[in-house]
Design a protein around this ligand. Structure first.
Ligand code: PLP
Length: 303
């Protein structure tokens, strides 16, 4: 297998030579933004939506990638083409974009242009952590770790400093589960790298975008639900709403739709995947012509 190629600060280089300075503020302080997307059948999925969100994150963080979104998209497609020999035909991979404030210009946090770092790279999908969940769901817990409030860091921006989410992951891992974070007012916010959905009496419920990332997958799931005639409500939810939900699932670019088997030890009454969750999974698979859940399961079973 040939080596993956990455794009780093204006150059396409083999991944083993892709380096960023120790003075880069992204490394030093998490002073950067990023986005992550994936392929279906080896083709990028909703790439432009991810790039558009990256640019919104850049505007919020006052970062200048030094190119517009069209150029970023073209560069990404070029990178994908340069990596074609690396991935098998139809193999899925992840596409990662990072923009950091760079370094070496000044120790001040506030330079808004000049030495900003742009990195784009691809990675193979790693299904090991979650593929089994498509068959039986993943247990989830409401963590004591709360989501950083919008008054501190805007959750709609995808920023580089993930310590809040890492703390939630650690806490959930102690229970062998996936974290669901509340905001500081006790309303459900999101998971550590995914949005959270619940189903009750045939209606899909999900937090508003006040305290969560506007996931590209979240938007897609809401659109699919509308297509299927399933009502969706974006609303404030508390732990009580989760405990009485019939079904639940998490969404994100890697996991797509990941069924939840239990919340705080309480099993979902309609199972995992529940019927509404399954309808969404099936529609998405038919839209992209790829049964991504089966493909993930096959990948871990082959190992
Ligand atoms: N919430 C957080 C905190 C995330 O990091 C992510 C994905 O990376 C998501 C939600 C899901 O977003 P998307 O569906 O665009 O991948």
């Amino acid at each position: 297998m040939s080596e993956r190629i990455a794009y780093v600060k204006g150059r396409f280089v083999p991944e083993s030579e892709a380096t960023v300075s120790i003075l880069d503020r992204g490394f030093l302080y998490g002073d950067g933004v990023y986005d992550a997307s994936r392929t279906f059948g080896g083709q990028p999925w909703h790439l432009r939506a991810h790039i558009d969100r990256l640019y919104l994150s850049c505007r919020y963080a006052r970062l200048d990638p030094g190119m517009d979104a069209d150029e970023m998209e073209a560069l990404t497609m070029e990178l994908i083409e340069r990596n074609r020999g690396v991935y098998d035909e139809g193999e899925e991979f992840r596409i990662n974009h990072w923009v950091t404030r760079g370094g070496g210009v000044s120790s001040a946090a506030t330079h808004t242009h000049g030495a900003h770092t742009v990195v784009i790279f691809t990675l193979p999908m790693d299904y090991t952590r979650y593929a089994h969940g498509y068959r039986e769901g993943v247990p989830s817990v409401v963590t004591g770790v709360r989501r950083i409030p919008p008054e501190c860091i805007e959750p709609r921006a995808k920023v580089g400093n993930k310590m809040n989410h890492v703390q939630a992951d650690f806490q959930a891992a102690e229970a062998g589960a996936w974290p669901i974070m509340l905001d500081i007012n006790g309303f459900v916010a999101e998971g550590s790298s995914y949005n959270c959905f619940f189903v009750r009496d045939g209606e899909i419920l999900t937090p508003t975008d006040y305290n969560c990332l506007v996931g590209v997958t979240r938007t897609h799931v809401i659109d699919m639900a509308k297509e299927l005639g399933i009502p969706v409500r974006e609303t404030n939810l508390t732990r009580y709403d989760l405990l009485i939900a019939d079904e639940a699932f998490h969404t994100g670019n890697s996991i797509c739709i990941l069924p939840v088997s239990s919340i705080d030890g309480t099993p979902m009454t309609h199972g995992a995947p529940g019927p509404v969750t399954k309808r969404l999974m099936d529609l998405w698979a038919s839209q992209v012509g790829c049964d991504w859940a089966a493909k993930s399961l096959a990948a871990i079973e082959d190992c």
